[in-house]
Design a protein around this ligand. Structure first.
Ligand code: G4P
Length: 290
């Protein structure tokens, strides 16, 4: 798959993707949805829950190495309240993946038991990975799969053409992940996806992007951000994102004629420094506070 393509999802693509997932669903026992821990809302698919119906789901908050640790915990709690198990993982380094198989087994415990009750000695349950492009599906599959693929002819009831990776003695994974489309019609989602590199940089309204970023920053400021602009915690308390943008511009002497602050330049500076990792690990989307 081409990386960081600004993938155009036409209705035909969506129907095809949906069909692929639907046919995969018939073969599996659990869906593993991979989302980006920095943008859990923007990196999830609007129709997935409707698509999967009652099928059990496990969520992987991937790229947690780049997300704010406390925010990731908030998301785990959020999912937990919804009755969904979410695991923080880093599929690049493999951190957190040791919890994956135990979590799936726990989720499917009843299913294993009922298979055993039917006299199946060593039941094998199956899963499918789903997620939007660039969220880390291939990285996950490479990390988690034992090199061998199960042979199709060994598995009764398996549609020809489907290949399975062995994950453990009791779990197999469908080798082709379900590719989901993002909520691309939402401007904020588009910005966040571009922001984290899930889609190519589009023509972005940089000030809008920076204001959105600063909004997240105000809620969860990092020491790196404060020291970068010689700010104190008190400086940002109660401040509006646009005011913070102006403050950053002022601190860096970004003025235009008439003494006005060049907020566009400030916005560019903020986004460049964020992308260069100068502000530490940042999560852009938090669950709604109760
Ligand atoms: P996909 O199959 O869902 O399309 O995603 P893929 O695994 O190809 O991952 C997309 C990019 O995200 C890759 O970076 C990959 O290395 C990176 N990535 C995946 N999981 C993680 C993670 O947990 N943490 C971090 N930091 N990065 C992750 P790339 O730049 O396209 O490739 P590369 O330079 O890493 O080789």
């Amino acid at each position: 798959m081409d990386k960081k393509q600004n993938i155009q999802w036409f209705p035909g693509h969506m129907t095809k993707a949906k069909r692929r997932i639907q046919s995969g669903l018939k073969l599996i026992d659990v869906v593993v949805e991979i989302i980006d821990a920095r943008i859990p809302v923007s990196s999830s698919n609007p129709e997935l829950s409707e698509l999967i119906g009652n099928k059990p789901k496990l969520v992987l908050l991937n790229k947690c190495d780049k997300a704010n640790r406390k925010a990731t915990q908030k998301w785990i709690n959020y999912y937990s309240k919804l009755g969904v198990k979410a695991l923080p993982v880093d599929c690049k380094s493999g951190i957190g993946l040791n919890k994956f198989v135990p979590a799936v087994r726990e989720l499917l415990a009843d299913k294993f038991d009922s298979q055993k009750a039917k006299g199946i000695k060593n039941p094998i349950l199956r899963l499918m990975i789903v997620g939007i492009p660039n969220v880390g599906k291939s990285s996950f599959i490479n990390r988690i799969s034992k090199q061998s693929r199960a042979k199709v002819e060994d598995r009764p009831g398996v549609t020809r053409g489907n290949q399975w990776y062995t994950i453990s003695n009791d779990l197999e994974m469908l080798d082709t992940p379900g590719v989901l489309w993002p909520k691309f019609d939402d401007e904020k989602v588009g910005l966040h996806l571009a922001f984290t590199g899930a889609v190519k940089d589009q023509v972005l309204d940089i000030e809008l992007l920076a204001i959105d970023f600063l909004d997240a920053m105000i809620k969860n400021v990092t020491p790196e951000f404060l020291s970068r602009f010689k700010l104190n915690q008190a400086d940002i308390e109660g401040v509006k994102p646009y005011e913070l943008l102006e403050l950053v511009g002022r601190k860096r002497g970004m003025l235009i004629s008439g003494g006005e602050i060049d907020t566009e330049r400030a916005a560019n500076l903020i986004m460049d420094e964020y992308r260069a990792g100068k502000f530490g690990n940042i999560t852009l989307e938090l669950p709604e506070e109760e």
